[in-house]
Write a protein that binds this ligand. Structure first.
Ligand code: HEM
Length: 487
């Protein structure tokens, strides 16, 4: 049931007296922010100190306090005093209806009945089955699955047309956007038909076009159907394990579907940008590139460096005050928003002056978040990104940026930060990759990877067909990997 406008989410009246919004604030939009967010955060830091009141669009109605420094960020994320919530129904401006509801960011933080918007005991209840299922993953088997999907995507770069001396590829659209989503859908046990439909609907929803709402509803329906199917016919996948671990928690079908949905979307977004931003760093930082090539620096270290200088998730929108509080000298009202700028705290000038040797090994960055809502899938996320990058590096030596770095066009880094496309050139298809292309018959959605066992069956021990065996090879694989030309 929705709460009336004049009441907060726990049914109490919003305070009638509010401290006014500061006279001085800064825009958090525009080309300067999009092109070089680090420099932009530095300028905000110089003008305001560690906390900057910002507006996210021209009317100024969509506003919050941007938290630029590590110490304040950690304090809010750890939330020891229970001042803050991630439940966006506490955003007073949203509750009062003063926000421009057509702003593209609103759907990204609009309340849903999932762990992302829950706190305390309810958060633990909603997270239990999903986290326990993730712990069942065999990471070695999962690595094989990721490498297989990565190799198939790479082979796809060279299909169609005559073999050429050099091949140009949009590494974002043709690889980084696809690999994590394909991995997550496979881990969830989707068959090829439903993965293709889910990918299409997700693409449509994120494009924000006229079909976005319909696509979002279709996705909800698909998640519910998947969860219901795995309840009746469990197999070696995460959704089946979630059912198994749900026996105590007792989440209903909608709650389980929400968590499957959240894991797919969360797993896809940050992994995509992390792959993209690490490729970019390696192709534009010759010293790092050379050290990686001579094994002085590992891929993990290069990835950690990127967590500091170009965090995959730039800003967490947001955290809302559940009582009046102070933040860096500002008086905040109940329902005011804090935006945690992980991009800003990572690119702290002190860290940058310490150089890459520090950022490679120091894991004190907040790029995974922290506290109750910190990322529960760090091992899996790192594995997807590391394997994806290692496959690229092993299979495609000599890869280069196809345009000067300054010509890359960046999306506004409200949440994730990546360029609109990442064109690279690949000198000539290496023979082993070409062999895979010629052997295109082998390309398939489902190969026999053992990344997780089947959960024990609660009632019958009767042997049933495993989904991986039943699916076999379907001819949809090509359309599945080709569906995403651009975001
Ligand atoms: C690979 C790079 C990844 C990065 C950098 C990353 C980063 C983050 C961050 C910063 C948060 C905190 C959000 C907040 O506090 O508001 C988060 C939460 C979350 N992440 Fe990840 N993530 C990654 C991969 C994944 C993967 C592969 C999964 C798949 C299961 C996943 C599932 C989640 C979930 C379910 C949450 C919500 C946790 C909660 O609210 O309790 N993430 N992630």
């Amino acid at each position: 049931m929705s709460t009336p406008f004049n009441l907060n989410p726990i049914g109490e009246p919003w305070p009638s007296v509010r401290t006014p919004w500061p006279d001085r604030s800064a825009p958090l939009y525009g080309p300067a922010f999009a092109q070089d967010p680090s420099a932009y955060y530095d300028s905000l830091r110089r003008a305001f100190g560690p906390i900057a009141p910002v507006a996210l669009e021209e009317t100024g109605a969509f506003r919050g306090y941007l938290v630029l420094d590590h110490a304040h960020q950690l304090e809010i994320l750890q939330n020891q005093d229970r001042v803050w919530t991630r439940d966006s129904r506490w955003y007073r401006d949203l509750s009062d209806g003063v926000l421009p509801l057509d702003h593209p960011l609103i759907p990204q933080f609009a309340y849903r009945r999932s762990r992302l918007y829950a706190e305390g005991g309810e958060h633990a209840r909603l997270s239990g089955p999903g986290n326990k299922a993730l712990a069942e993953l065999d990471l070695l088997g999962t690595r094989d699955l990721i490498a297989d999907l990565a190799d198939q995507l790479i082979a796809g770069f060279f299909t169609g047309g005559e073999p050429r001396e050099t091949c140009e590829v949009d590494l974002l659209g043709q690889y980084a956007l696809q690999l994590p989503l394909l991995v997550m859908m496979r881990l969830m046990g989707m068959d090829e038909h439903s993965a293709l439909a889910t990918g299409n609907a997700l693409h449509e929803m994120l494009s924000g076009g006229p079909g976005a709402q319909r696509a979002a509803e279709e996705l909800d329906g698909r998640m519910r159907a998947l969860v219901a199917q795995k309840r009746d016919d469990p197999g070696p996948d995460l959704v089946s394990w979630m059912h198994h671990h749900n026996q105590e928690a007792g989440l209903d079908l909608d709650e389980l579907s929400e968590d499957v949905w959240l894991q797919i979307v969360a797993g896809r977004g940050a992994s995509t940008t992390w792959i993209c931003n690490t490729v970019l760093e390696l192709l534009t930082n010759p010293a790092l590139h050379k050290e990686l090539a001579s094994a002085i620096c590992s891929m993990d270290e290069a990835m950690n460096h990127v967590m500091w200088i170009n965090a995959p998730i730039q800003n967490l929108i947001g955290r809302w005050a559940t009582r009046a509080t102070t933040l860096g000298g500002y008086h905040l009202n109940v329902g005011d928003m804090a935006i945690i700028s992980l991009g800003a705290s990572g690119a702290d000038p002190a860290m940058r002056s310490a150089g890459t040797s520090v950022s490679r090994t120091n894991k004190a960055h907040l790029a995974w978040g922290a506290g109750e809502h910190g990322c529960p899938a760090r091992d899996l996320g790192s594995l997807i990104v590391r394997t994806g990058l290692e496959c690229l590096w092993e299979r495609l030596p000599g890869m280069q940026l196809a345009v000067p770095q300054e010509r890359l066009v960046w999306d506004l880094p409200y949440i994730a930060r990546s360029p609109s496309s990442l064109p690279v050139t690949i000198p000539s298809p290496p023979t082993d990759v070409l062999a895979d292309v010629r052997n295109g018959q082998q390309q398939q959605w489902t190969r026999q990877h053992t990344f997780v066992s089947s959960p024990p069956r609660p009632t019958s021990t009767e042997a049933r067909e495993q989904p991986s065996e039943r699916q076999g090879r379907l001819p949809l694989w090509r359309s599945l990997v080709a569906w995403w030309p651009r975001r």
